[in-house]
Design a protein around this ligand. Structure first.
Ligand SMILES: [Mg+2]
Length: 234
């Protein structure tokens, strides 16, 4: 075996291994069909706008997380299904159930994980998310077995890119900064985590987003294939 630069590979989950857009779409469809007997593109567009509005307010500290989880479904049903009254808390819980059951992986994700294990890399998960969702999706998709450790922000009490999250992950995984690569689709969480704590990063940018921030990844790839070449050549 040739000497490789990287040993520990820290992987984000949503939109890095799992197809989150499709997961969210399917979960919303199941929810609307179950409670309102109807779903279409207009409802999806309406949800997307409402959801973004609530998350933006959360990021500005104008709302608490529970207000986001429940408030978005209150507004969704008020706007799209005015005649039907369903407790938005129930909608929110059920939506999380549907998300937890969804295991849509991006094309090539399993082959990539096999590649990591076959080539003696040590993959772990670093994800911002709800513990119940993420563990369930890893287990149901059959991918949990590939990982040394699974570090979920809800469990840590802090999210990427916070120092508390990084220190917790480092202690649990036992990685060495110089031989670790962080891989993720999000500049503000994944790439920033590596940049501020001294670990190389790979921006997994399969949908060709533009980077308008000051945060620069060490590498940028558009496919698992490109990522494999970096890992083998470095
Ligand atoms: Mg992600």
């Amino acid at each position: 075996m040739i000497n490789k630069k990287y040993k520990w590979i820290l992987l984000d989950l949503d939109d890095t291994l799992f197809d989150y857009s499709q997961t969210e779409y399917n979960s919303l469809q199941s929810l609307c069909v179950e409670f309102f007997g109807k779903f279409n593109e207009e409802i999806y567009k309406s949800y997307s706008l409402i959801n973004r509005k609530y998350w933006t307010a959360f990021q500005k500290d104008e709302l608490k997380i529970d207000d986001v989880k429940v408030g978005r479904f209150k507004e969704l049903s008020d706007v799209n299904f005015p005649g039907i009254k369903v407790d938005p808390k129930i909608l929110s819980e059920r939506f999380i159930d549907y998300l937890s059951e969804s295991t849509i992986l991006l094309d090539g994700a399993v082959e990539f994980l096999e590649f990591l294990v076959d080539n003696d890399f040590k993959p772990s998960v670093i994800t911002n998310g709800i513990r119940r969702n993420q563990l369930s999706r890893l287990k149901l998709s059959g991918t949990a077995k590939y990982f040394d450790q699974i570090i979920i922000s809800e469990e840590v009490g802090f999210a990427k890119p916070r120092k508390e999250y990084f220190d917790y992950a480092k202690a649990k995984i036992g990685f060495d900064n110089d031989t670790t690569l962080i891989v993720g689709d999000n500049i503000d969480t994944d790439i920033k985590l590596g940049q501020i704590h001294g670990v190389n990063t790979c921006w997994f940018n399969i949908i060709n987003k533009e980077n308008h921030s000051e945060i620069k990844p060490t590498y940028e790839v558009k496919s698992f294939q490109e990522l494999k070449s970096i890992l083998l050549k470095s």
